[in-house]
Structures are given as structure tokens and as C-alpha cells.
Design a protein around this ligand. Sequence first.
Ligand code: NDP
Length: 444
Amino acid sequence: MSYVNEVIDRVIQENPNEPEFHQAVKEVLLSLEPVVAQNEAQFRRDALLERLVNPERQLKFRVSWIDDNGQVHVNTGYRVQFNSAIGPYKGGLRLHPSVNLGIIKFLGFEQIFKNSLTGLPIGGGKGGSDFDPKGKSDREIMAFCQSFMTELFRHIGADTDVPAGDIGTGAREIGFMFGQYKRLRNQFEGVLTGKGLNFGGSLARTEATGYGLLYILDEALKCRGLSLTGKTIAVSGAGNVAIYAIEKAHQLGAKVVTCSDSTGWIYDEAGIDVALLKEIKEVKRARLTAYADARPSAVYHEGRGVWSTKCDIALPCATQNELHLADAEQLVKNGVIAVAEGANMPSTEDATNYLLEQKILFLPAKAANAGGVATSALEMSQNSERLHWTFEKVDKKLQEIMVNLYHNIDDAAKKYGFEGNYVVGANIAGFEKVAQAMNAQGIV
Ligand code: NDP
């Protein structure tokens, strides 16, 4: 059995009931086979892959908080500090009832390679809780965030571990967590990113993941003599990533006709009205039915179905495993030319393989959505120098990072004989830097 397969088997045995983590490890390690084959004796001796798939530290803690009726609730908090070979741990905090250790580990593992791909000095981590922010009052959100930070604060710091937002954790939650950290440590430091603009946040961070997705897609299309102008795009999700992906797609001349949330989806033949979507999701925090009520050109559909829409480009921006094999087949049948992942691991393994077989331009999450964490690293730089950069400066750096990132993964794919396969290209390019740093730092 190959070294890679041995390690995959051990991960499955030693981490039962963590299917998302198994899926992520399998996808990454299998695509590293060509690199591992060239260095197998050394990697085996140093147990490099075993060290790579075992987090440096994983924390699980109780989060007790009191609701508006005086009822006490108990949630579970997590922080997985996966790999610090190239910089302080960096990765978001997810607040969603589906959160468990396996999901946080899959996200943290992916984050190692994504962060490496940005070219910036950040290691990989992820955290969160099974707390559901939906339907909670501002005071209840604050109570949860303060309790969560009352444990987390002792494990993080500007040079140790710098968490950020993710599903369910936006500017409001980051603000509450930052306030509690500052109170407990008596220190104002860049310990979280995605902060408010008047206390250390970076301009363009809110837009960065969605914008970055379109910048890398635009570059990949340009390299094929194609352009976004006039293209019809299907987007899933209606959160931070989806909203700013739609906004940038429109700025670049495409038309986005769908968006979705966890209950249903919208088809808007006139193109999604971003201002209306922002009002509904960011201000009113309402369901997408409110979008259809306000817009005559839009139709609301209950449940899944966004990928049945005829489109040139698909951008899954909601959550993991939301684009299945049947969806991929439908997209190809409808003439899709590109799929770029805004969410983390939104395509199932068989959907990804099918799209690659069909030679569809496929930009995997760890490359395509790296603009968010890259801009978080730019926020860390600004905090360190106690300066604020303009929107234009941050946005320009983001564009440069995404364009370079595309060429890095393209070169890595070509170098190992997998031209056009960016799953392989992204995993190899991300891995090489981390492996070299781990090697240089000895057995730790
Ligand atoms: P948000 O919470 O802002 O939005 C998530 C969106 O996806 C919402 O529309 C939500 O619907 C929908 N959604 C969430 N869970 C499910 C589910 N189980 N089934 C169907 N729909 C669901 O999160 P973000 O936009 O920040 O994150 C989206 C994805 O992008 C995640 O995979 C995240 O890890 C990834 N990502 C985010 C980055 C960022 O900078 N924000 C950076 C890199 C990756 P509803 O409104 O009903 O909850």
C-alpha cells in the first residue's frame, strides 16, 4: 500500500465519525501522490504526512450563556490549531448548529494549504460552535460571544492565533468577541480580523472573499481567451461570500440570476438586485421570500434546485457538499464552462471528479476563496503598523494576490503533468511551502 493510502487509512481509523475530515484529507493527500513519490523515503522517515494530518492542538470547551428569559444554555466551543509552520494560526469561527469537531478539522486542514497559497505568512486553524445565531436578540448574541471568548482568549493572540469570521460570524459577532478579549487581556491588539473599521478593521475585508473569487475566475478565463462579459452566472448562498461575488460579477459585466439560503432559492431573470439582497440579508436578516415579494422579476423556489438553472458559470457560495454529482451533470448538460468554489468544499468528491473529467474549468475553494483570508492577513499587517490603507490599495493587493495565486496553481499543475487540474495544482503548490517549512523546523 502506498504511503499516502496508509496515512488515509489511519486518519479514518483514528478519527471515526468525521466524514468531512476524511473527505478533505483524502482529496488533498491523493493529489499529493506525485510529490510524495519523489520524496517517499524522507517523508516516511520524518512522518511528515502523519504530522500534517494531526492538528498541533485542538480545544473543545463549554460555552454557557443566558437567554432573554433567564434560561441558561450550554453550547460547545472549538478551536483547532492545525499547523503553524509558516505563521500564526489563522482561520474563521463558524457558528452553526451543524458544527462538530470533524467539520472544524476539515476546515482547519484545508486552511493550511489555502493560507500557504496566498503567499502570506499565516498558518492554518479553524474554530466555532454549534450555537445557532438565527433568531437570537443582540443581547443573546453578545452573551454567547462573551462567554465563548472568556475561554478562547487564553489560547489566541496577535502572534499566536488570529481567528476571523465564517458562517454565522459577521461584523457584529467579531465586535462582541473583540470587546471581551480586550477586557480580559487589557490589551488592544490585532487578535481577530473582520473587525469594525473604526477599531482596526480593514477596508475591503467584507468584500474580499467574493471579489477575490471573481478576480481569480476572471484571470483563468482571460488565459483561455474568454471573458466574464455577457456571461450568465448561477450563485448559491446569500451570505457574505455570495453577496460580494454577485456584486463583483455584475461590475465585470456578467449577469447573476440566482441566489439561495438554507430554505430555498431565487431565480431573477433580470439579474439579482444586490442592494435589495444586502438590505434583506445584512440589515433585516430576513428570508429570501422577502426578496421575491419585493421584486416582480424574481421567483422563489422552496428547497434545493439552484444548479438546475441554465448558466455559463456556477459559483457555489453557501456551504460544504451542496453541489452533488447530479447537479454537476445537470450543469454540464446545460453548457456550463466554469465552476469556481466560493464556499469551502461545496462540491462533493464525485461532483468534483466529474467536472474535472468533463474538462470544465474548475477552481477549488482553497484557491478560489483565498481572497478572504489574504485580506485578513493584510488587516493584520495594518494592525501591526497601526495604519489604515485605502480601499483601493487593499483591493489592488487582493487582485495581485489572486492573479499570482492562479499562476502558481497553474504552474504547479503543469510541473507535475496535470495541466488544467487545479485541485492537484492548488494542493501541491500549498503543500510544498508548508512541507519545506516543517522540514526546516525539525521534528516538532
Ligand atoms: P454566511 O453565514 O454569511 O452565509 C452563508 C450562506 O449559506 C447563507 O445564505 C446561508 O443561508 C447559507 N447556508 C449556510 N448553511 C447552509 C446549509 N447547510 N444549507 C444551505 N444553505 C446554507 O457565510 P459566508 O458567506 O461567510 O460563508 C459561506 C461559505 O464560504 C462557507 O463555506 C465559508 O466557510 C466559506 N468562506 C467564507 C469566507 C468569508 O470571508 N466569509 C472566507 C472563505 C470561505 P441562511 O441565510 O439561511 O443561513
